[in-house]
Unconditional design. Structure first.
Length: 111
């Protein structure tokens, strides 16, 4: 898990240069495990780390475009919203706002 740094408006979770297109990083902040990803569109995304299908981690999931595929059973989720794009999952996962500022990717975690 990567370390995070609190900033006034969010959490700096990863250096943008360390997250290539299609790359992911696992981080834990505010007690929430998240996956930070850079979609093939170049945008940064953050979703909860656990798949809604079998409560297994999305760590190592492949990024396809702006979605992530669970490495365990192949469920697919939209990175922007967390909505399900493909079974066997039927429930969405949480998605969190992100932005890149001064070379750092920031994430906002809402309880």
């Amino acid at each position: 898990m990567a370390s995070v740094q609190s900033v006034a408006e969010g959490y700096q979770v990863v250096t943008a240069a360390d997250l290539p297109l299609g790359g992911t990083r696992c981080v834990d902040t505010e007690g929430v495990g998240i996956i930070v990803a850079r979609g093939q569109d170049g945008q940064y995304y953050a979703v909860e780390r656990m798949c809604s299908h079998a409560a297994l981690p999305l760590d190592g999931g492949r990024v396809r475009g702006a979605s992530i595929v669970c490495p365990h059973h192949g469920a697919r989720f939209e990175l922007k919203s967390g909505r399900v794009l493909g079974p066997p999952a039927y429930g969405a996962i949480a998605a969190f706002p992100t932005r890149e500022r001064d070379g750092q990717v920031e994430v906002w975690i809402y309880s």
